[in-house]
Design a protein around this ligand. Structure first.
Ligand SMILES: *[C@@H]1O[C@H](CO)[C@@H](O)[C@H](O)[C@H]1NC(C)=O
Ligand SMILES: *[C@@H]1O[C@H](CO)[C@@H](O)[C@H](O)[C@H]1NC(C)=O
Length: 237
């Protein structure tokens, strides 16, 4: 839930800030739980001020420029339902949900996840990897302020200019630079992680080598994938 809320926050912080009390309201939580069963919403254990800071500090809220908004034609017939997991089930990132842990890295986690999905879709499955949120979070200085928030759009620009290496979750140690901050305060797949620290985690240090605890055969520079902006978006039929 955290990731979803934070991702929306990246895009529409002002809207969310005014709705935040309502969003955490008991009725809203019951409503969310009544309309879907893939995850369970609950009240936040964070103090309100800490939650706001984590959503994004106000100095990071910057409207997109109009040139950043692409005008697209919408298909004339839109299917009743479309589940991307059915169409791109070979893509390992597509149904993956990342854990940002006790760090305001929503912008990096969400960008790395969507970049991974797009890479796989655009290459028809031939580039099938987890792009590293860690690489973005720790190395993109133009993105904002690491664990204190950042801009998803800048993250995409960083991918085009500087590239990003592979890297999965802390638990998986997948790829060159997996996430370095362990999950906290919850039980996932039978593993109970320690309580989250009183202080939010510090932004990990940027290093230009692979950091996985597992052996990884590719060197950092060789592992970089670079993005390009292309108006032609492939979609499966
Ligand atoms: C994409 O990959 C699928 C399965 O691997 C294959 O059947 C299909 O022909 C590919 N499509 C294109 C456009 O290459
Ligand atoms: C954009 O993608 C299409 C389809 O994959 C490709 O044919 C075209 O060359 C790409 N354009 C650029 C500028 O890379």
């Amino acid at each position: 839930m955290k990731c979803l809320l934070l991702f929306f926050a990246c895009c529409s912080t002002t809207v969310l800030a005014s709705n935040l009390h309502q969003l955490l309201d008991f009725h809203e939580i019951s409503h969310i739980n009544s309309i879907q069963n893939s995850w369970t919403a609950g009240p936040s254990k964070l103090a309100f001020g800490k939650f706001q800071r984590r959503l994004m500090r106000s100095e990071h809220v910057k409207p997109h420029k109009s040139k950043d908004i692409l005008d697209r034609k919408v298909l004339e017939t839109i299917p009743e339902s479309y589940d991307v997991r059915d169409y791109w089930s070979q893509c390992i990132s597509i149904d993956n949900i990342r854990d940002q842990s006790d760090c305001g890295s929503c912008w990096a986690v969400a960008a790395a996840e969507t970049i991974s999905d797009r890479l796989c879709i655009a290459s028809n499955g031939s580039i099938n990897t987890f792009v590293s949120a860690e690489d973005l979070l720790s190395c993109c200085t133009s993105c904002g302020d690491g664990c204190d928030g950042g801009y998803p759009l800048q993250a995409w620009r960083y991918w085009v200019k500087q590239g990003l290496v592979s890297g999965g979750s802390y638990e998986s140690q997948y790829g060159c630079k997996p996430y370095s901050i362990a999950p906290c305060g919850q039980t996932v797949n039978g593993v109970t992680w320690p309580k989250c620290p009183a202080q939010e985690e510090a932004t990990p240090e940027c290093v230009s080598h692979c950091t996985s605890k597992n052996p990884y055969s590719s060197a950092y520079e060789k592992d970089k994938h670079y993005g390009e902006f292309n108006d032609s978006i492939p979609y499966s039929s």
